[in-house]
Design a protein around this ligand. Structure first.
Ligand code: ADP
Ligand code: ADP
Ligand code: ZN
Length: 220
């Protein structure tokens, strides 16, 4: 199964990708997480993207495409993967098609998380993430079961993203509207675009995604 989760910042892509990864054993390919790992390592890619990411803008297509092309050809991706945060521009979507064609693979579904933009700021302002395993939480909507302890790995080390603030969110939403939303018709034309209500609670969104995946499995 090869999926794309698509939606603006805070739509729930990471939360749902992680659940799908755990449920179906698919690899989660989250370009934002990959870039943050490069920044933490302070390597060449990290140095190039640090300021761009902090500003809320998108990093150059070429760099992202290079990073994904390298990752997607690893053997652990053969069984399937969930793309979270990629593609984010039309050239990236076209590059992905070419990459998959070269690997003799195809996309099964693009799942759009439909959200109310006005409510996203509250989502990202309350977001915090486990520094050790990447599990993501929310101060109000998804607290760890035991306060201060990660449900998944027991760590007590959490981080808040530097771009999760109102000023950068504005830039990120504009980038979504202007550069990412235009890829929706691209996938609609291919007949693989599905949409779920991303404002429902986390379990209900997972159920809606499962229902779509079940349907696809029956028809293929
Ligand atoms: P994205 O990867 O699309 O930016 P996340 O999955 O990180 O979004 O979710 C953003 C924040 O909103 C996180 O703090 C997460 O815990 C919370 N969240 C995710 N899905 C929902 C939901 N359906 N309802 C309420 N809060 C949610
Ligand atoms: P969110 O979960 O809020 O949607 P991400 O973690 O996916 O955010 O991405 C954070 C930042 O990383 C983006 O604002 C952008 O600077 C960069 N980034 C991530 N994925 C891409 C991509 N596919 N193309 C360009 N920039 C990207
Ligand atoms: Zn953890």
């Amino acid at each position: 199964m090869r999926l794309i989760l698509l939606g603006p910042p805070g739509a729930g892509k990471g939360t749902q990708a992680r659940r799908l990864m755990q449920k179906y054993g698919l690899v989660q390919l989250a370009t934002g997480d990959m870039l943050r790992a490069h920044i933490a390592a302070d390597d060449d890619i990290g140095k190039r993207v640090k300021e761009i990411m902090a500003s809320g803008q998108l990093v150059p297509d070429q760099l992202i495409v290079f990073m994904i092309a390298e990752r997607i050809s690893h053997p652990d991706c053969e069984k399937g993967f969930i793309l979270d945060g990629f593609p984010r521009t039309v050239p990236q979507a076209e590059a992905l098609d070419k990459m998959l064609a070269d690997l003799d693979q195809k996309l099964d579904a693009v799942i759009k998380l439909k959200v109310d933009e006005g409510k996203l700021l509250k989502r990202i302002e309350g977001r915090f993430t486990c520094a050790d395993c990447g599990a993501s939480y929310h101060q109000e909507f998804h607290k760890p079961k035991v306060e201060g302890i990660c449900d998944e790995c027991g760590s007590d080390h959490f981080v808040v993203r530097p771009d999760d603030n109102p000023e950068k969110m504005k830039v990120r939403l504009t980038a979504f509207r202007e550069q990412t939303a235009p890829i929706l018709p691209y996938y609609e034309a291919k007949g693989i675009l599905h949409s779920v209500d991303g404002m429902a609670d986390i379990d209900a969104v997972s159920d809606a995604i499962d229902a779509i995946l079940d349907k696809i499995a029956i028809s293929t």
